[in-house]
Each structure stands twice: as structure tokens, then as C-alpha cells.
Design a protein around this ligand. Structure first.
Ligand SMILES: Nc1nc2c(c(=O)[nH]1)N[C@H]1C(S)=C(S)[C@@H](COP(=O)(O)OP(=O)(O)OC[C@H]3O[C@@H](n4cnc5c(=O)[nH]c(N)nc54)[C@H](O)[C@@H]3O)O[C@H]1N2
Ligand SMILES: Nc1nc2c(c(=O)[nH]1)N[C@H]1C(S)=C(S)[C@@H](COP(=O)(O)OP(=O)(O)OC[C@H]3O[C@@H](n4cnc5c(=O)[nH]c(N)nc54)[C@H](O)[C@@H]3O)O[C@H]1N2
Ligand SMILES: [Mo]
Length: 744
């Protein structure tokens, strides 16, 4: 093992026997869906089944803590409705529940014949490879797409409105992905001598207790508060964390950029920024200050619905803090002009000198270079140039190499600039969750000649669109390496059980990859492939299994020592070597180089004429404990906690429309409507409703696609991205509500 890695002392090997169980230590990830790698201990019983899954007390990230979805993972893994063998359906039977069981070899032959014929006839770009949210599977999907020759690896989420806007924005303006410093890079955590607890943390458009995103755990917020940290929450809703916060900014959905620019004006005017850092390490401060002048607190208060004194108080708390950190979330990406919103928010921590400082913002080291996709060199420049959307949206060159989703849907529909004929959908259920306007997406995908879906369960997308289905493994059924989000450490996912004929996503992609492009997939099995990927760490997969989690600690202030730039010069990895508050890359892309605010549309500020008919602001998709996106609806114990798709609404607003708690209602926007069950709660602002996303009824009729078109909240959302191609209004729209009639 390479010197620089640090590990925790384990009393036992990673596998041992105890109390009649075969016990395996490892980390969790997906499936079922999750965003992180919690330390787990899994118990296999005498029948070879996963009997229980518990938190690993030795894990410095989680210390034995585990959420309900992982505690319940045996129910998911051994669920009777799991897909257990490959299936096919005749093209003319699409949409009907007429499936035929086939062997893996038959499935591989069929897929290979279809995709290779398309490649020959229309070019490899005529097959798209789409995934859902970031899982430890992403690297293998990119490699499959690129080794097949298709540049059109993507996620079917309008404006890639999840993390990618922030990732691309941070890459373009600072040359690095920033995360809040909660001492996660040290095995000894908060006790590490270099670490300092942040004086104040902002939780902005994020609810980390439920969502645990991008390598960050909600319980760390509590750990840090116990160590004296103050909390500021930016959220329209009175969440539990908001109720524990020093300050709660109840922002109107989609107006975060205005709020940030308003705070910026205060910080600059009151001279609360870090002159030393701004003068030496930032570029374009004067221009930024000029822009911020437009955001007078009074105006910002009118736009955001946040009282003036709270905007000022928040700015002072940040500006006066010795160190401060930002835990932001997907709500920042889920507004059309997400790029300037993220740019404005991060700039607050930049001008206050909180970058690379203990208890500020830190850069996760890229231990394996697979985070932005694995195997891009295989694709080659000629195919790369055909990536959909890359000409119109040059910022898609930063961060992940994905095709632009809105343009991808348009390309499928129009055949311009070229025809799309096939789709590989792995870890995604786009007509139930990811896609905006699901009816439009369904019609587009239904034009394709051949669609393969790799999943754990039969989903609306499978019912409506798949021609071949491949059954994948949950994490206790397979091995894997976990280095992706929260790249500060490496862990392994360790197999404990088998289910039917399921194969792991990695195995599936390796086996198909070997058929399509054997040079790109030279390994005999997945463990060998993992060992090869782990080369930069000098650890084999088997070694890492024993010692994981392995840490590569982060030093602070690397911009002073040249360790942030590839050329070894001091500074940041940008054209000017500074953090670019005025962005050269944005300017080159024909975009405003400075952060700005645009009213979410539709909305009270942009379409006042529509507010008569659609008087309420609607936000959607706030995470819930027991569900991960469109998953877990068939898992009895998780469904028990969220039996129905809810719409949270203030009791007074509900009363105005004659709606009682538990009523079924239609939530209708200018584009369409979806059914929800009203949940009356004073945590909502009277002007805003919040709707669950990802709903379908697995207990429903597969030939009606499990009612997905009645239930999908995205019926009300269009495919319109921001000017940069990033961002979309998933969390800011408008609606009216009325009761569902009997029989509807
Ligand atoms: N209105 C609204 N819509 C939203 C959001 C919102 O906030 N509001 N959030 C959006 C965001 S941020 C995202 S990232 C997307 C997420 O969208 P997706 O990631 O596409 O989420 P799902 O629809 O749950 O699809 C995941 C599918 O993968 C399957 N799966 C789970 N684990 C595995 C595995 O290990 N292997 C394989 N092969 N399959 C697996 C599941 O069974 C499920 O069918 O949704 C978006 N949709
Ligand atoms: N249990 C569970 N965990 C998950 C997921 C899941 O489906 N279930 N999905 C995973 C995925 S892919 C993602 S991207 C993350 C997302 O996780 P988060 O980033 O935490 O996002 P959300 O839970 O959608 O929303 C967070 C908060 O934003 C508030 N909010 C809504 N609109 C706005 C707005 O316009 N501005 C601001 N400032 N706040 C707003 C909501 O009220 C909510 O409390 O969660 C991941 N983790
Ligand atoms: Mo996401």
C-alpha cells in the first residue's frame, strides 16, 4: 500500500464467523439507490441469505450510524419482485406485459447484434447510454459507451440539473471541485491537529440529514454543532435543521442567486471580505462588486421573500466568521439559471477567504481519475466532436463528459444532426423520475428501434419501453470499489449473497464490453478490473478489502505551494491562476462572465399574468427518509413510512381551496397535472407547496405503466435548460390545486 494512505485499525479481518453467521465488513452504495458509502457489517445466514445489515462502529465517517434504507436492505435484496433473469419482448409488444425469459448468452447476442448493426448503419453515436444519479456504477457505463464508440453518454435530466451545474461551474471558475471541510479526510476526524471547527456553516438548498449527498453526512452537521458551530439554513421550508439554526432564510424557490448577490453587496459595502485573499488569489473582484451593487437589500428582499434584516444578518455572520463553510445541494442546480446561482453562492466563500482553509471549503483529491468518466481516451476526437450539445454549450467540456439532455431528446425527435436508434438505460427510470415532461420523453424514446434496461425491479420505464431487460445486483450481491463521491477515501463493496441469475452492473458491462471492443476490456473478471483501476493507489482489490477505508489526507493552503495546479505553480487551476470571480471561460462561451439573477419562469416575477390562474409556487422532490427517487415503492417497510405521494401545504392555504388533510388533489401547472395527497403542515410558506417526486404504484397495472403518467410531478415541467445548457426549473414552478373527483 502506498505510504501516503492512512487507515483505521481493524480488530478483525474483513470476513469472519460469528454467532452462526458469516460476517462481512465493507461499504454500502447501490443498489438500491444511495449517494454514499457508509461502513456496514453484513450477516449471511446458513442459507446463504443476507440476514441483517448494521452500521460499522469502526468507520470514521459513520461510527455505526446507518439510515433506515440500509438497515432494511435484506428486504430489498431478497424481495420477491426482484428481476432475476434476463427477459425480452417483441418490438410490436412494447407496452404490453408479454415477456419471455432468455439466457444471458441469448441476451448478450441479441443486444450485440442490434447495437452493432446500428453502429454499422448509422454510426456508434446513434446509440445513447443513459444513467441515473451518480452511483459507483457510473465509471463502467461511461467506459461501455465510449468503448462502443458513442459520445452520447448522458443522464436524461433536463439541464443535467443535479450537481453537474455546480461541478462544471466550479471547474470553470476555480479549476477544482469544492466540498465543505468536516474533517472527513482524516481518519481521526475532528481531533486531527490541523482541523478547525467552522464558526458557521450554511446549509443551502440541501437537507443533508435525509439526503447525505456528495460525500457529506447530515449527522456531521450535528457533530459540528456539538463542537460549537453555528448553523444558517437557506430553505423555503421550516425543516428540523432550520428550527435548530441561528438564522433561517426562507427563500422563495428559484431565487437563490438574488439572495447571494444581496448578501454579497452587504459584505463588500461593510468591508467584511478578505482583502489579502481577494488581492492575491482572486480575479475580477471589482467587476463583481459592480454587479453586486445592483442587488440592494430592499430589492432582494422583495424578490426572495427573505426579510431585509435577515439578509444583512446572514451576510455579517459569514463576513465576520473566522472560518465558514458551505453545504449546498441540488436546489441550487434545479433552477434554470443554475450556473450563475452557483457562481454567486460560492463567490461568497471565495471573497471571504474560506477556500483551502481548515473548516472552510476543501478540494477532494482525485485519487482515481474515473470520477468524470472512465475511458474517454478510447472514444477519440472524431467521435467526441459528435457529442450532442457540445457545440452550443461549450461548458459541457468541464467536469463530466456528458451529452446535453434537452438536446438529446430533441435529437431523438428530429433526427438532426443525426438519427438516434438505440438506447442503453442502466440505473435509471427516466419516465418516472429523471425526465421533465415524461409524456414527451416517452414518445421520443418509443421511436427508438431497440432499448435495453438494466435494473433491479420492473419499473414504468421497463413496462413502457424496454425490449430487453437485464437483472442487476444490489450491493450485498457483488464486489465493487467506492472512490467516487467524497473521493477523500477508498473503500470496497463486498459480496455476501446471490439472488437468482442477477449479475453485477460491472460484470455485465465487462462482458458486453469484451464482445464489443475487447482491447478496451482486457480483464478476465471484475476483481482484476478493480485492481487495475486501483493502480494509482498501489493497492490490489484484495488488499483494499482488508484495510478499507483508506485515506489520502488533504493538506490545506495548497494554492500557496503549487499543489493545486498541474504545472506546479502557486495558484488555482484556471487560465489566470486565480479564482475567477469574472470567468474567462464563461466569457469565451458567450455567457455573462459574472453571476446574475433571472426570475424563474413561470413564476410570480416573470409571468405575473399567469398567477391568477396558477396562484401557488411549487417546489418538488425534497428527499424523504425511506425512498430513494422512484425506488422503494414496493418495499413494504419503506412504503409504510411514505404510503402515498404527498403535497405539503400550509393549513390556511389548504382551507382556502377547501382541501383537508389526506384529500387527493390535482396539482396542475401550465403544462400538465399530477395527483397528490394533501399533507397539511405549518412548515410550509402559505404561498408555496412542496410535492414528492418519482412516484408510481408498483401494485398497479404494468400495461398502464403503473399509473406513472397520473403520478409523475414532472408532467408540469418542461425541457428547457439554462443559457449554459445547465440547470432546469425542477424546483421552481407554479400551480393551482383542486380536489380529485370520485372515480378519477
Ligand atoms: N420533480 C423532480 N424530479 C426529480 C428530482 C427532483 O428533485 N424533483 N430530482 C432529480 C435528481 S437530482 C436525480 S439525480 C434524478 C434521479 O433519477 P434516477 O437516478 O434515474 O432515479 P430513479 O428513477 O429512481 O431510477 C433509478 C433506477 O435504477 C435502479 N437501480 C437502483 N440501483 C441500481 C443498481 O445498482 N443497478 C442498476 N442497474 N439499477 C439500479 C432503480 O431500481 C431505479 O429503477 O431524478 C430527478 N428527478
Ligand atoms: N433519502 C434520499 N436521499 C437522497 C435521494 C433520495 O431520493 N432519497 N436522492 C439523492 C440525489 S440524486 C440528490 S441530487 C440529493 C439531493 O438532496 P438535497 O440537495 O438535500 O435536495 P432536496 O432534498 O431535493 O432539497 C433540499 C431542500 O431544498 C429545499 N428547497 C426547495 N426548493 C428550493 C430552492 O429553490 N432554494 C433553496 N435554497 N432551497 C429549496 C427543500 O425544501 C429541501 O428541504 O439527495 C440524494 N440523496
Ligand atoms: Mo440527483
Amino acid at each position: 500500500m502506498a505510504e501516503e494512505y492512512r487507515t483505521v485499525q481493524h480488530d478483525k479481518p474483513f470476513q469472519y464467523e460469528e454467532g452462526g453467521y458469516q460476517v462481512t465488513r465493507g461499504c454500502a452504495w447501490t443498489g438500491p439507490g444511495c449517494h454514499l458509502g457508509c461502513g456496514v457489517i453484513m450477516y449471511q445466514d446458513a442459507d446463504g441469505k443476507l440476514a441483517k445489515c448494521e452500521g460499522d462502529p469502526e468507520d470514521p465517517w459513520t461510527n455505526g450510524r446507518l439510515c433506515m434504507r440500509c438497515l432494511d436492505v435484506p428486504e430489498v435484496t431478497h424481495h420477491k419482485e426482484r428481476l432475476q433473469y434476463p427477459m425480452k419482448r417483441a418490438r410490436e409488444d412494447r407496452g404490453l406485459d408479454k415477456w419471455e425469459r432468455i439466457s444471458w448468452d441469448e441476451a448478450y447476442d441479441l443486444i450485440t447484434d442490434e447495437f452493432m448493426a446500428m453502429k454499422e448503419k448509422y454510426g456508434a453515436e446513434s446509440v445513447i447510454f443513459a444513467q441515473g444519479t451518480g452511483r459507483d456504477i457510473a465509471a463502467y457505463i461511461t467506459r461501455l459507451s465510449w468503448s462502443f464508440g458513442s459520445p452520447n453518454y448522458t443522464g436524461l435530466l433536463s439541464g443535467q440539473a443535479c450537481y453537474l451545474p455546480r461541478i462544471a461551474g466550479m471547474a470553470a471558475t476555480t479549476g477544482a471541485p469544492w466540498i465543505p471541510d468536516a474533517a472527513q479526510q482524516f481518519p481521526e476526524r475532528y481531533d486531527h491537529p490541523d482541523y478547525e471547527v467552522p464558526e458557521v456553516m450554511f446549509v443551502w438548498g440541501n437537507y443533508p440529514l435525509k439526503s447525505n449527498i456528495e460525500g457529506f453526512y447530515g449527522h456531521w452537521v450535528i457533530d459540528l454543532m456539538k463542537r460549537g458551530m453555528k448553523l444558517v439554513t437557506v430553505d423555503p421550508k421550516v425543516t428540523w435543521l432550520a428550527s435548530k439554526s441561528e438564522l433561517h432564510l426562507r427563500v422563495r424557490p428559484g431565487t437563490d442567486a438574488a439572495l447571494a448577490l444581496g448578501m454579497m453587496k452587504v459584505i463588500i459595502e461593510e468591508d467584511l471580505y478578505d482583502h489579502e485573499f481577494v488581492d492575491n488569489w482572486c480575479y475580477g473582484f471589482d467587476e463583481l462588486a459592480e454587479r453586486a451593487k445592483e442587488f440592494d437589500v430592499k430589492r432582494v428582499s422583495e424578490i426572495t421573500w427573505v426579510p431585509e434584516e435577515k439578509i444583512i444578518a446572514a451576510a455579517r455572520m459569514l463576513g465576520n466568521a473566522k472560518n465558514s463553510t458551505l453545504q449546498w445541494g441540488v436546489a441550487v442546480d434545479m433552477t434554470r439559471e443554475a450556473m450563475p446561482a452557483g457562481q454567486a453562492i460560492l463567490a461568497l466563500w471565495e471573497i471571504t477567504g474560506n477556500m483551502e482553509r481548515p473548516g472552510g471549503m476543501i478540494v477532494a483529491p482525485e485519487i482515481l481519475s474515473v470520477a468524470g468518466g472512465w475511458g474517454r481516451e478510447i472514444l477519440g476526437p472524431e467521435q467526441e466532436a459528435k457529442r450532442i450539445g457540445i457545440k452550443d454549450y461549450p461548458l459541457y467540456n468541464f467536469g463530466f463528459a456528458v451529452s446535453q439532455p434537452d438536446e438529446t431528446v430533441k435529437t431523438i425527435e428530429t433526427g438532426v444532426p443525426y438519427e438516434i436508434h438505440g438506447a442503453w438505460l442502466q440505473t435509471t427510470n427516466p419516465i418516472a423520475c429523471m425526465g421533465a415532461d415524461p409524456q414527451r420523453l416517452y414518445k421520443a424514446l418509443n421511436k427508438l428501434d431497440f432499448i435495453v434496461v438494466v435494473d433491479l425491479f420492473k419499473t414504468p420505464t421497463i413496462a413502457a419501453l424496454a425490449d430487453v431487460v437485464l437483472p442487476a445486483c444490489t450491493f450485498p450481491e457483488r464486489n465493487g470499489i467506492a472512490f467516487v463521491s467524497g473521493a477523500q477515501r477508498g473503500s470496497t463493496i463486498n459480496k455476501v449473497t446471490d439472488v437468482g441469475e442477477c449479475r453485477s452492473d460491472m460484470q455485465i458491462n465487462l462482458e458486453l464490453g469484451k464482445r464489443w471492443n475487447p482491447e478496451a476490456w482486457p480483464w478476465d473478471n471484475v476483481d482484476e478490473m478493480f485492481t487495475d483501476m486501483l493502480k494509482p493507489t498501489d493497492m490490489s482489490f484484495e488488499e483494499l478489502q482488508e484495510v478499507a477505508p483508506a485515506y489520502q489526507p488533504i493538506e490545506y493552503y495548497r494554492y500557496k505551494t503549487g499543489k493545486l495546479r498541474k504545472d506546479g505553480q502557486p495558484g488555482f487551476n484556471t487560465p489566470t491562476g486565480r479564482i475567477e470571480l469574472w470567468s474567462n471561460f464563461y466569457n469565451q462561451a458567450g455567457l455573462d462572465p459574472l453571476p446574475y439573477f433571472e426570475e424563474p419562469e413561470p413564476g410570480p416575477g416573470s409571468t405575473p399574468d399567469l398567477m391568477g390562474e396558477y396562484p401557488l409556487v411549487m417546489t418538488s422532490g425534497a428527499r424523504t427518509w425511506g425512498m430513494f427517487h422512484s425506488e422503494h415503492r414496493q418495499i413494504e417497510r419503506m412504503r409504510h413510512y411514505r404510503p402515498w405521494p404527498l403535497m405539503e401545504i400550509h393549513p390556511e392555504t389548504a382551507a382556502k381551496y377547501g382541501i383537508k388533510d389526506g384529500d387527493w388533489v390535482w396539482m396542475e401547472g401550465p403544462m400538465g397535472r399530477a395527483k397528490r395527497k394533501a399533507k397539511l403542515t405549518p412548515v410550509m410558506d402559505r404561498r408555496i407547496v412542496s410535492c414528492d417526486h418519482g412516484w408510481w404504484f408498483p401494485e398497479g397495472d404494468p400495461e398502464k405503466f403503473y399509473d406513472v403518467f397520473d403520478l409523475n410531478i414532472n408532467n408540469t415541467l418542461p425541457w428547457i435548460p439554462g443559457k449554459s445548457g445547465f440547470g432546469s426549473n425542477y424546483k421552481s414552478s407554479i400551480c393551482k390545486i383542486y380536489k380529485v373527483e370520485e372515480g378519477e
